[in-house]
Design a protein. Structure first.
Length: 396
């Protein structure tokens, strides 16, 4: 007899579980529980229905490892279903009984050319293209039990009403949309709820997308001067770091490679509930002793934390926190972002200028989901400002 797993589930889980649509679109606000619900649902179905093939994908493998893959494995452990012998970390799959859960990226569609699935989950679906979706849809060809239907699930923040999902997918037949917001997640802290609700007074578009889970229109994106890369440069002239402190909000550490071509950013840490002692421990594991002479530019509003980290042997300095000049320092350079930097990528794609009640764009960024971007800005602006001497004035 198969072991019964008792788990608390939310509305989003129930709505997805009862859906009979071929394509199920989960458009939700920040922390609405949509990804957690999908991980629970696919785990339950693979566990209860022997022989299923489940695919969990994100556009790049590094981003997938940090998000949906980690979430699924953590749930296996939570429900005491995890066994190391069933987890093939080289081929990125987990055998749950005689069902298989395959984790794959779609940066190269040829990777799944001969694969067949019963269920596919596209995490952060707006990273994909419509052609990617069609490719995945053709892979829903595995045989299944009579009472089940092969399905593809999408999860994302509905940040752009002009994206391919809204324009090409939603009008299609056999597609169901499930909207969700923070109120669908009973486990959020009061502080985070307050942060989301306060967006109403900050930016109307952010409030619609991240608080209400409604479609938004980003007409005032701040950064457009970036490209994604697979690996850090081998010809770095110098390496610097930026750190933004946080506890309820994530502490973010970004490694920055300076080359003749521009600035390459790599997210190295992005985690909540870290004390300064925890941060020092993380820094010690991330930055080897031989590299601790590299400069870390930190939030100048936290001098006590800076001193403690400095005393622990790191070359950390207070950053110039000027916002608009800092943004211009980043905008004026070619910016490359490692594809593994999942949170930094998500932040930069939705980082916008505020607008007033009349829709006029203001010269002030929306202060939300910008922790890795702040770390990047601290480092780039402070480093290059310090390297540029003040002009000398000669009096005659």
């Amino acid at each position: 007899m198969k072991e019964i797993i008792k788990a608390t589930v939310a509305r989003v889980f129930k709505e997805n579980n009862k859906s009979t649509a071929r394509t199920v679109v989960n458009a939700g606000g920040a922390r609405s529980g949509k990804s957690y619900a999908l991980a629970q649902l696919l785990l339950m179905r693979a566990h209860n229905n022997p022989g299923l093939n489940v695919g969990i994908t994100r556009k790049t493998m590094p981003a997938l490892k940090m998000t949906a893959m980690r979430l699924f494995i953590d749930l296996l452990k939570k429900y005491k279903l995890y066994s190391a012998k069933n987890h093939n970390k080289m081929e990125h799959y987990y055998d749950l009984g005689v069902s298989r859960v395959q984790f794959f990226s779609l940066d190269d569609p040829e990777k799944i050319k001969s694969s067949e699935f019963n269920y596919i989950w596209m995490e952060e679906a707006t990273e994909f293209t419509y052609a990617d979706y069609i490719t995945l849809l053709t892979r829903l060809s595995a045989s299944t039990a009579k009472n089940l239907k092969n399905q593809i699930f999408l999860t994302f923040n509905p940040s752009d009403a002009n994206c391919w999902i809204a324009k090409n997918l939603l009008p299609s037949p056999d597609v169901q949309t499930i909207y969700s917001c923070y109120k669908d997640n009973p486990f959020l802290t009061a502080d985070y709820i307050e942060t989301l609700e306060s967006l109403k007074n900050v930016d109307d578009n952010y409030y619609r997308v991240f608080t209400l889970g409604e479609w938004g229109r980003n007409k005032n994106i701040i950064y457009e001067n970036y490209n994604f890369v697979d690996a850090p440069p081998q010809n770095a002239l110098e390496i610097i770091w930026g750190i933004d402190f946080g506890f309820n909000n994530p502490a973010a550490l970004v490694k920055i490679y300076l080359t003749d071509e521009g600035v390459t950013a790599e997210e190295k840490l992005y985690k909540t509930n870290l004390t300064n002692k925890n941060i020092i421990e993380r820094l010690s594991s991330i930055i080897p002793p031989a590299d601790r002479g590299q400069t870390i530019y930190a939030d100048a509003a936290e001098p006590d934390r800076i001193k403690e980290i400095y005393d622990a042997g790191f070359n950390i300095l207070p950053a110039n926190k000027a916002v608009n000049p800092g943004i211009m320092s980043v905008k004026n350079r070619n910016l490359f972002i490692l594809k593994s930097s999942a949170n930094l990528i998500k932040e930069i794609q939705s980082y916008v200028w505020k607008t007033d009640l009349n829709g006029n764009v203001l010269e002030e960024p929306v202060k939300f989901n910008d922790h890795a971007l702040d770390a990047l800005r601290y480092a780039v602006h402070t480093h290059f400002a310090a390297a540029t001497p003040e002009p000398r004035v000669t009096f005659f």
